[in-house]
Design a protein around this ligand. Structure first.
Ligand code: PMP
Ligand code: GLN
Length: 381
């Protein structure tokens, strides 16, 4: 067999979660909460399963859930989207990303991604026959280098992938960035895939610069989100894509044959919960900001240095004062095996990691007790 993805191995998330399980380390590596989603949400699934909502949902997603997404988009981002022709529910954001890429990328097309980037983009691009063009974000703030981006655009560029709030750095894109991007791709046949799965995890009173707020960019965008992050149920693998009608219509042709639809009772439960508990979204930034602050406050007594994440549930930390001799992969393994805290190295999200990168990523979507225990171990190093 000639592999279609010769450079792909097991994802770092699986590798580190397995190592954490094997060694009994606290798992602050793969991004998922160690607490459950709201009771009312979980009870709603049981209710819908018992009520017989167990057969295929419509291909585009349950109407009630698409309606809730549209209501949220109107109230949060001031955009009116038609749930019947602009919102598609998918089994996870990962599938949404894959479908959006397949929708527009043809063999030989170039897709620009910003490193460090989420690990599903490149294989999805390659399976569409596209070429992934990596552009590194500028350190230390993980900002887009506009001159480099402008230089990277060619006649073959078909898509640019944004991710804000950004995994793994926690950085945010600003409205001015969206304006610059719009100006750069104006009059070109380039689409935008905006991965906004952490849209509700933005801290210190800052605002999420959604592409949904941007009239010009939205006209050529696929905006992806994930209920897994927003409702603490990553294992439900349920997400959505919002795109203008013509793009949604093409995307649905792909989605129809990748999965056809998502899991029915989960969609019912999410629709009920969104309707009954709009306060969940208002409380979410404060909920995670408190976790970030607890973890960071405790880490001030350690030898790690860091700038607090502006968004997501990830905190980067520089360990140069601890083990400058170790690269970040070795450091993550050392922290897991020797100090009982599993982390994610950042270099794996780069095509060409910057020399001397000494950063690891901690997931702070954890109970207070887990964060305290982890911090205690980290402060003892
Ligand atoms: N994009 C980013 C940036 C992510 O961190 C994740 C989390 N796994 C996803 C997409 C995929 O989300 P899902 O689990 O809903 O497929
Ligand atoms: N998005 C999660 C993270 O960044 C992991 C998702 C996965 O395991 N594929 O940790």
């Amino acid at each position: 067999l000639i592999s279609k993805l010769p450079n792909v191995g097991t994802t770092i998330f699986t590798t580190m979660s397995q190592l954490a399980a094997q060694t009994g380390a606290l798992n602050l590596s793969q991004g998922f909460p160690d607490f459950d989603g709201p009771d009312a949400l979980r009870e709603a699934v049981a209710r819908h399963v018992m009520a017989g909502h167990n057969q295929y949902a419509p291909m585009t997603g349950l109407p009630a859930l698409r309606e809730q997404v549209a209501l949220k988009v109107a109230s949060r981002y001031g955009r009116t989207v038609n749930p019947d022709i602009e919102v598609t529910i998918t089994p996870g954001a990962t599938q949404a990303i894959f479908c959006a890429i397949q929708t527009v990328v043809r063999p030989g097309d170039e897709v620009i991604v910003f490193d460090p980037c989420y690990d599903s983009y490149e294989p999805s691009i390659e399976l569409a026959g596209g070429v992934c063009i990596h552009q590194a974000l500028s350190l230390p703030g993980f900002a887009i280098d506009w001159q480099k981006l402008s230089d990277a655009i060619t006649a073959r560029t078909r898509m640019i992938v944004l991710n804000t709030p950004h995994n793994p750095s926690g950085a945010l894109i600003e409205r001015a960035d969206l304006d610059r991007l719009a100006a750069l791709i104006r009059d070109r046949d380039i689409y935008v895939l905006s991965d906004e799965v952490y849209e509700h995890l933005v801290f210190d009173g800052r605002e999420h610069a959604s592409v949904l707020r941007h009239d010009e960019l939205y006209q050529r965008a696929f905006v992806v989100s994930s209920f897994g992050k927003t409702y603490h149920v990553t294992g439900w693998k349920t997400g959505y894509v919002i795109a203008p009608p013509a793009l949604s219509s093409e995307l649905r042709k792909v989605h129809q044959y990748v999965s056809f639809t998502g899991v029915t009772p989960l969609q019912w439960a999410l629709a009920d919960f969104m309707a009954d508990h709009p306060e969940h979204l208002d409380e979410l930034p404060g909920f995670y900001q408190a976790k970030r602050d607890l973890f960071c406050d405790l880490l001030t007594d350690s030898h790690f240095s860091f700038t607090r994440a502006a968004g997501t549930y990830f905190q980067l930390a520089d360990y140069s004062a601890i083990r400058p001799d170790l690269d970040d992969v070795a450091m993550s393994e050392w922290l897991t095996r020797e100090h009982g805290v599993a982390t994610i190295p950042i270099s794996v999200f780069y095509q060409r990691p910057p020399a001397g990168l000494r950063l690891v990523r901690f997931c702070f979507a954890k109970r207070e007790e887990t964060l305290r225990q982890a911090a205690e171990r980290l402060c003892a190093i």
